[in-house]
Ligand binder design. Structure first.
Ligand code: TRP
Length: 333
């Protein structure tokens, strides 16, 4: 608990390339979330270097990620926004937790298996212990809830196992966190293969609409969206493409499926797709403007990073010194 609120912790990859799926599924709800929870959002640059990065790109994407989240409405006054490498306690706690994590546990992580297959020339120790750093991220803040995609659930479960193991030896050290997996109802699907989730890293860029795509690109991608051979706009089983477009239109406009069916009664798919593209482009425009404004003000972004890092360090240090004391490290005053 911090200020009578439960704690939520999220790590965000410094990619700066978020999709409307991320926006509609998660980011849009951030302001409501900060009413209920004390929220930490950490740009995980230390995790990013487990695969090779171009340094200048990583640096730029760190600024971009912060700008994009703020442009989407994440308020740095109401949330703690910071960069992982600015709070060294993450690396320090990760070391201690490494000594409470088993080789076998890490070998079973599916993300490790996938990434080592993909980067077989660079299966480094950091890639292997990635989930331990993630556990440190979470446990440093005595986190209650971790909002993550289903792909990260296994890592949160490992984090719980590590915390429980530590607590069994040294009682009352860590809060055991719960993963929060967003309901599938809000899942936005690929525009090319509408049975698959829209993924920001899809190789086919027509399948995914990025928050930062320009208006023409957004409209073009929706125009090309895969649908079916039916002709009328209605929500029905098996019409995955149309269902997805209707969900997107519904979330942007607040209209129900019935209202949308009535609106497009007697009209073809072409007209409907154009309408979806337009509401999406309209919704993204103010976000893009704010993004550009933030990106042109590095001094402001750095002041946000600095304030966030100071805030985060305050809580992180408390947990870290408790851990060090329990482990038997000598503390100097
Ligand atoms: N591994 C997460 C991802 O790839 C990012 C992350 C790092 C994270 N640390 C975290 C997510 C802590 C939640 C909590 O998306």
């Amino acid at each position: 608990m911090i200020q009578d609120k439960k704690v939520s912790f999220s790590g965000v990859q410094p990619s700066g390339n978020l999709s409307i799926g991320n926006y509609l599924g998660a980011i849009r709800n951030f302001s409501a979330f900060s009413e209920q929870y004390k929220c930490f959002y950490c740009v995980v640059d230390a995790h990013a270097i487990t695969v090779r990065q171009v340094p200048a790109d990583l640096r730029r994407r760190t600024y971009e990620t912060l700008s994009l989240y703020m442009a989407c409405g994440l308020d740095p006054e109401k949330n703690t926004l910071y960069v992982q490498s600015h709070v060294p306690a993450h690396a320090e706690l990760a070391w201690a937790l490494n000594c409470f994590t088993m080789f076998g546990e890490l070998s079973r992580m599916t993300q490790f298996k996938d990434k080592s297959a993909k980067h077989s020339d660079n299966i480094n120790a950091g890639l292997f212990t990635y989930p331990v750093l993630m556990a440190a991220d979470i446990l440093l803040y005595q986190t209650d809830v971790v909002p993550v995609g289903i792909d990260q659930k296994q890592h949160v479960e490992l984090c719980r196992d590590i915390a429980t193991r530590f607590n069994n030896v040294f009682p009352d050290t860590f809060t055991i966190p719960e993963p929060i997996i967003p309901k599938t109802g809000m899942k936005i699907m690929s525009l090319v293969e509408p049975t698959k989730k829209m993924s920001k890293s899809d190789e086919n860029t027509n399948a995914v609409v990025y928050i930062l795509d320009d208006r023409d690109t957004i409209i073009r991608k929706f125009k090309r969206a895969v649908t079916d051979s039916d002709t009328c706009v209605r929500y029905a089983e098996g019409k995955d493409g149309i269902n997805n477009l209707m969900n997107i239109y519904a979330t942007f406009t607040g209209k129900t499926h019935e209202e949308i069916e009535r609106e497009f009664d007697g009209k073809g798919y072409g007209e409907f797709k154009l309408a979806v593209g337009e509401v999406c482009a309209d919704a993204m425009q103010p976000v893009q403007q704010k993004f550009a404004a933030y990106m042109s003000d590095k001094a402001y972004l750095e002041s946000v990073m600095k304030k966030g890092a100071e805030e985060a360090s305050y809580y992180a240090r408390k947990t870290l010194s408790k851990v060090h004391k329990k482990l038997g490290f000598v503390s100097l005053r």
